[in-house]
Write a protein of this length. Structure first.
Length: 175
């Protein structure tokens, strides 16, 4: 009889406690995911605990020994890696910075990106006579490429597009 009274004295939760525990776990996991996203998005360029890496001062004129290398403002056909690392493709790209042993460039695509704010229309006829429509310059990511990735010079970007690039990215030569 004592056991019957003890059983009746304990309130029944009907699974409420289990549901609350599950909700707490989901909230904790979501919070951890948001924290990880924020930390990755706001990390310092130099890494944790290190000052941001500094880029050398940009020069406005190429060093004499670099006169035959791809120069800022020029469009070249280059072997550009895919973002996912699965391979590469020879495509036109715009050189934004030239440094020792490497060149930094933005890729150009022929696919229509008119709905995107991170792409700008680039007149194509001046550097690709076979083109029947303009291309799009991807302003999102600067690719660092070795000199050997650059195949052939295609032309020079128009002044209006180069001004837009200068507002988005530092341009020039660096040692």
């Amino acid at each position: 009889m004592l056991s019957v009274l003890a059983a009746e004295a304990v309130p029944s939760y009907d699974g409420t406690l289990a549901v609350l525990c599950c909700v707490a776990v989901v909230v904790a996991l979501a919070g951890g995911g948001v924290l990880a996203w924020w930390l990755l998005r706001n990390r310092r360029p130099g890494g944790a605990g290190r000052p941001p890496t500094r880029r050398p001062a940009l020069l406005t004129v190429a060093p004499p020994e670099w006169r035959n290398r791809p120069a800022p403002g020029q469009i070249w056909w280059a072997d550009v890696p895919f973002t996912d690392g699965s391979g590469s493709k020879v495509r036109p790209c715009l050189v934004v910075r030239t440094g020792p042993g490497r060149i930094e460039a933005l890729k150009i695509t022929s696919q229509d990106k008119s709905a995107r704010r991170d792409h700008v229309r680039i007149p194509t006829r001046g550097w690709d006579r076979k083109a029947d429509h303009d291309s799009w310059l991807d302003l999102r990511q600067v690719f660092t490429l070795a000199d050997g990735a650059f195949d052939r010079h295609a032309g020079t970007v128009d002044g209006g597009t180069w001004q837009l690039v200068n507002r988005s990215h530092p341009t020039g030569w660096y040692r």
